[in-house]
Design a protein around this ligand. Structure first.
Ligand code: F6P
Length: 557
């Protein structure tokens, strides 16, 4: 059982509160520039990844204070419980063992008395063999055509991780197939994709831990209908459908043969499941050997996280910094800014992992927390964001810390564009920290040839406050191995924060209410009868939608 300590009642928390008051007295840029040694000291190298936190809003005393809080919150006990399979997802009575999926250890790992390692190895082996069957053309469609389109139908954790990784590893894809990810129940996601496909070259992967998720099941049914309409003979579904799930009876009821079901287990959380059978689309799309490399990278980070002292522990430091920002500097959100187009789904992936895990306001003791938890996580790749929302990051009201990510080697070299990309990253980090004071802004306008009165008129708008903290996480390259390390470092960062915030990070009760309410509303729409809906506003919305009050009549054929 995880501890129930309320962090805000600890002396370490009070100490950090005092440090925050002191810290805010001096502008960040002055603090940072007063200690040039930060450029080397505030840098952590872990197995090739380099985290530069020299521009973070922190100092030595704060790090010491945060590490003391981690001790007080019994972080090491929690980490061991996590890796050893204790049922730390207490509200669902489950272990949390995504780390076992990428572990090469052989000592038995028991969950409710059963060693999970042979089960993991068996499924991984089946994934490898199946991927090879698809890629080699041993598995073919009902007309004998090779499988060329692999369509993963899933949502949330059954989509975001693999979809993000398939994009990230574009340069490592196998040429034999193209993988597509369909998540939204909006027909606009699946229908246009099917329009362009020949049914006999499609393999559908129905990815759903529960196999009851409304969106996924609707899209899966639609795919099955389409295949039959396109002429797939009954009894040929096993060439075209497979399932990734924990729910064998529901998979069978859908009509997928047990040989085509790749199971995983309730101790794999949806948003932590890309390492399990949920990664099948990656095993096919990248090749199984590269999928194994992804697991290896993650395992390297697991070892580091479990062994390194707090002061050299990447996920711990990332977690502590995030907590400091949220609870002591009151930063409301976290921008994820990869200077790597291939990481364009990384922020979306992290949104679920972080916000579904730690977006909680009730502690492990069942009481409402008196401090905020998960920040809003969002972001887009640079340099695109520079031409969109960076205005607000530079001169907007809120200070928003930024996680820059970049690869030293490009995935695709194109002229000097990688240098241009990295130059932009470094320029932004510098600009966010240093800003531009009135004197500098004045000089720059003079250099542009502006006359003195125009210079003074524009001056207030052209000043940058600076003091915006950022970190840079450098990857040697965006390979399967380093992506594995990257993802695992964020997973563990989130774990650390959950422990210190005293929340249960591995449930997600907050998604249930909307799902439940959607059912009667859906029924009312189908029956065109909103009278049974009790909420007057929803009922009125439905009446409007179903009547002629909208310019376009509601039509769902
Ligand atoms: O609605 C949230 C959620 O339960 C996520 O936690 C999960 O990743 C997603 O739905 C999909 O669930 P499933 O894999 O069971 O379809």
């Amino acid at each position: 059982m995880l501890s129930r300590i309320n962090p805000s009642q600890t002396p370490e928390w009070s100490h950090l509160r005092g440090l925050a008051n002191e810290f805010e007295r001096l502008p960040l840029k002055e603090r940072v520039h007063a200690d040039p040694s930060r450029a080397d000291r505030y840098r952590l190298e872990v197995g090739g990844l380099v985290w530069d936190y020299s521009r973070s809003a922190s100092d030595d005393a704060i790090w010491k204070g945060l590490e003391a809080l981690a001790e007080r919150m019994e972080l090491s006990v929690a980490i061991e419980a996590y890796f050893k399979g204790a049922p730390i997802n207490e509200t669902e009575g489950r272990a949390v063992l995504h780390t076992a999926l990428r572990s090469s250890e052989t000592a038995p790992l028991l969950v409710q008395g059963r060693d999970v390692r042979p089960d993991i190895a068996e499924v991984l082996g089946r994934m490898g063999r199946f991927s090879e069957e698809v890629l080699s053309g041993t598995l073919r469609g009902w007309t004998g055509k090779r499988i060329q389109s692999v369509i993963n139908i899933g949502i949330g954790g059954s989509d975001l991780g693999p979809a993000m990784a398939y994009e990230a590893l574009r340069a490592h894809r196998r040429p034999e197939v193209e993988v597509y990810y369909v998540s939204n129940v909006d027909g606009s996601h699946l229908a246009p994709l099917l329009e362009k496909r020949s049914a006999d070259e499609c393999l559908f992967i129905i990815a759903s831990k529960t196999f009851t998720t409304q969106e996924t099941m609707a899209n899966a049914e639609a795919a099955k209908r389409w295949m039959l309409e396109q002429g797939m003979p009954e009894g040929q579904a096993e060439r075209h459908f497979c399932a990734l799930s924990t729910n064998a009876p529901a998979v069978a009821a859908f009509g997928i043969h047990p040989d085509r079901m790749f199971p995983f287990w309730d101790w794999v959380g949806g948003r932590y499941s890309m390492w399990s059978a949920i990664g099948l689309s990656l095993s096919i799309g990248l090749g199984h050997d590269r999928f194994l490399q992804l697991l290896k990278g993650a395992e390297a980070m697991d070892h580091h996280f479990r062994q390194a002292p707090w002061s050299e522990n990447l996920p711990v430091k990332m977690g502590l910094l995030g907590l400091w920002y949220r609870n002591f500097l009151s930063f409301p959100s976290l921008a994820i800014l990869p200077y790597d187009q291939n990481l364009h789904r990384f922020a979306a992936y992290l949104q679920q992992t972080d916000m579904e895990s730690n977006g909680k306001s009730v502690g492990r003791d069942g009481h409402r927390l008196d401090y905020p938890t998960a920040p809003l996580v969002w972001g887009e790749p640079g340099t695109n964001g520079q031409h969109a929302f960076y205005q607000s990051l530079h001169q907007g009201f809120d200070r928003i810390p930024m996680d820059f990510l970049a690869s030293v080697r490009p995935s695709y070299a194109l002229g000097q564009q990688h240098s241009m990309l990295l130059a932009n990253l470094l320029a932004q980090a510098e600009a966010f920290m240093n800003g531009l004071n009135p004197e500098e802004a004045r000089k720059s306008m003079q250099a542009e040839g502006l006359d003195p009165s125009e210079t003074e008129r524009l001056l207030p708008y052209r000043v940058f406050q600076g003091n915006r903290p950022s970190t840079i996480l450098w990857l040697p390259e965006l390979s399967p191995y380093y992506l594995g390390m990257l993802v695992a470092s964020y997973e563990h960062k989130i774990f650390v924060q959950g422990v210190l915030w005293n929340v249960f990070s591995f449930d997600q009760w907050g998604v249930e209410l909307g799902k439940k309410l959607a059912k009667p509303i859906f029924k009312a729409l189908l029956e065109q009868n909103p009278s049974g809906i009790s909420d007057p506003f929803t009922r009125r919305n439905l009446e409007q939608l179903l009547s002629a009050e909208f310019p376009q009549r509601f039509d769902d054929r």
